[in-house]
Write a protein that binds this ligand. Structure first.
Ligand code: HEC
Ligand code: HEC
Ligand code: HEC
Ligand code: HEC
Ligand code: HEC
Ligand code: HEC
Ligand code: HEC
Length: 386
């Protein structure tokens, strides 16, 4: 009897070792105790967490990964020339990556690449800390050209270190940051950002809302497979589902309140001064919502962003996936069926690449600008698609 009790006790103890030490500890997330943090989702949502780790959303901001950047520097150009005898040199110093401005062969300014913005899918730009403020560095890596260029919107005649990275950049490219005067508008106003508060990348709770209660409940009730204390996005109204994506995909309107507070089910009109639909000629960059709203697909069906995108995966270049999604609605079109059996993708004709009007890359010394091209989301028949 004693032996059995001892075995049972040891068994119970070792099970507890396994599960109890795996518990997340509340209060470690800079958003507050109602947030559990992305690491805590892995144990029960392994598959989603595994694929999501490779998504561009998750990688859209980070502390600079020195090794990956060094690889680009050593295999590609490590300088960008500016008119006169000016250039910016990329090099490692004290184990940090630096962008050094040289004039007539002498260093003028050198700043470290502390922080990376963008997954690098299209572009990678970098920031450096100066006291509690962040500034953008002069060189950006442009993936389409596989080279470093002058950062978009920067002056062409000299390297600049003066453009602030503001709280708004963080709102769309990170999960959280404490920003002083977060409602101050404009891209030229340098705000104080609390470095310790930043949660890099877009994590699960950035889209799903605070989930500490959900995690705690399911840890205590492992048999219960019915989701508790979490909003089911699928069951939300169409507009609510669209608003979730449109918080970051409808351009940069005047904000009434920081979109860090947005949770699924919320209405975007509580955050933005006007509803995204207002734009007559939406830009291909960052305004997917407005473009989509002008499509017949959108106007004549219940289409949402997730009709075509699974945001838990990186599906960027898998054309077949998108053809399938078009065909989920266009099976009755003889044309579409013919195109599909001929293995034509639908996207190149009906969502052609369009150059952004708000953003381009200027190559300084060469002076030939490079456009930033994206798929238009105004799905239509184009006479001369590219
Ligand atoms: C202890 C286990 C557990 C942990 C940890 C956990 N979940 Fe869940 N979650 C569940 C269960 C069980 C369900 C319901 C079955 C399913 O959909 O897998 C669920 C469902 C969900 C759903 C779908 C809700 C719906 O109705 O559509 C979302 C979203 C979700 N969890 C998000 C999260 C996030 C974000 C985290 C991390 C902060 C997390 N979960 C951590 C157990 C857990
Ligand atoms: C918190 C802001 C934010 C939210 C919310 C958001 N996105 Fe994004 N999204 C971004 C940013 C920033 C990028 C650029 C990522 C990079 O660095 O490559 C992006 C990139 C993308 C891409 C292109 C890259 C890829 O993964 O293929 C798609 C597609 C996309 N978002 C769809 C969506 C959809 C659908 C939703 C709603 C379910 C959504 N996004 C919600 C900010 C957001
Ligand atoms: C860019 C926003 C976004 C991010 C980030 C995100 N999700 Fe989701 N998630 C969604 C949307 C939108 C749906 C609803 C999909 C649908 O309608 O089919 C969803 C659905 C779910 C579901 C239920 C349905 C399913 O697909 O199984 C679970 C569980 C879930 N998410 C967990 C997670 C976890 C865990 C993470 C982090 C590893 C995460 N999500 C990150 C937007 C997001
Ligand atoms: C309103 C939301 C929003 C704001 C504000 C914003 N971005 Fe973005 N950014 C996006 C979205 C969405 C994408 C990806 C798709 C696109 O270009 O439309 C993107 C793309 C990028 C990319 C390219 C990522 C890649 O590899 O695909 C970089 C770099 C970037 N942004 C940097 C910045 C910086 C720096 C700021 C502040 C000066 C900023 N962004 C402000 C939403 C935003
Ligand atoms: C949720 C359903 C749905 C999905 C998914 C969908 N569409 Fe549509 N689309 C429609 C409806 C409804 C119409 C209007 C009636 C019609 O022309 O068939 C339409 C119209 C169109 C038109 C005619 C546009 C015009 O201005 O006359 C084109 C082209 C088109 N879709 C292409 C696509 C492509 C390409 C995809 C995939 C990237 C796609 N659609 C995905 C529902 C959808
Ligand atoms: C080579 C370019 C090209 C490709 C590839 C292409 N389309 Fe089209 N599509 C057109 C043109 C041009 C029209 C307008 C003339 C017409 O109706 O045939 C059109 C019209 C349409 C329409 C509206 C008329 C109708 O038949 O309903 C839909 C819907 C459509 N396309 C869907 C698709 C889908 C889905 C695919 C992928 C399987 C696709 N298209 C591939 C060029 C293309
Ligand atoms: C009818 C299908 C469809 C719908 C609906 C749709 N997208 Fe897309 N989206 C695509 C396709 C196709 C691409 C190009 C993928 C590729 O080739 O890399 C794309 C690309 C993107 C990109 C990357 C930019 C680029 O040019 O590569 C972003 C960001 C994006 N979508 C966001 C959204 C958001 C946000 C919504 C909802 C407002 C949305 N999409 C709705 C089909 C769709």
């Amino acid at each position: 009897m004693k032996i059995i009790t001892a075995i049972l006790f040891l068994l119970g103890f070792s099970i507890c070792m396994f599960t109890c030490t795996n518990r997340y500890t509340a209060g470690n997330d800079s958003r507050g105790a109602q947030y559990a943090g992305a690491a805590s989702c892995v144990s029960c949502h392994q598959e989603i967490a595994g694929s999501y780790a490779h998504s561009n959303h998750f990688k859209t901001s980070s502390k600079t990964d020195v090794e990956s950047v060094r690889k680009i520097i050593t295999t590609l150009n490590d300088t960008v020339r500016f008119p006169g005898n000016q250039l910016v040199l990329l090099a490692t110093a004290d184990k940090r990556l630096m962008q050094t401005y040289m004039r007539d062969g002498k260093p003028v300014t050198a700043q470290p690449m502390d922080l990376a913005f963008g997954s690098g899918e299209k572009a990678w730009t970098f920031g450096y800390w100066k006291d509690a403020q962040l500034f953008q560095l002069p060189l950006t890596y442009l993936s389409e050209l596989k080279r470093w260029t002058n950062s978009p919107g920067f002056p062409a005649d000299h390297p600049s270190y003066a453009r602030p990275i503001v709280g708004r950049c963080m709102e769309c490219h990170s999960s959280y940051a404490v920003v002083e005067n977060s409602l101050e508008q404009g891209m030229s106003y340098a705000q104080k950002i609390d470095a310790g508060s930043i949660i890099y990348g877009i994590d699960c709770e950035r889209c799903h809302g605070p989930a500490a209660q959900h995690v705690a409940f399911h840890q205590d009730h492992p048999q219960d497979k019915h989701p508790r204390f979490i909003t089911a996005i699928k069951s939300l109204g169409r507009q609510q589902q669209l608003d979730l994506c449109a918080t970051c995909h409808s351009g940069d309107p005047v904000t009434l309140k920081s979109i860090f507070a947005f949770v699924p089910g919320d209405s975007l009109s509580n955050y933005y001064m006007y509803y995204p639909g207002a734009a007559a000629n939406p830009d291909a960059h960052g305004m997917q919502m407005q473009s989509l709203m002008q499509s017949q697909c959108f106007l004549q069906s219940n289409l949402t962003c997730t009709s075509c995108h699974d945001t838990h995966k990186n599906e960027g270049s898998i054309q077949e996936v998108f053809v399938q999604r078009c065909m989920s609605c266009h099976l009755k079109s003889d044309h579409a069926v013919t195109m599909r059996s001929a293995k034509n993708d639908c996207v190149s004709c009906h969502m052609p690449l369009e150059a952004s009007k708000s953003l381009d890359f200027n190559n300084s010394a060469e002076r030939n600008n490079t456009s930033y091209r994206l798929r238009t989301h105004r799905i239509a028949v184009y006479p001369d698609p590219k």
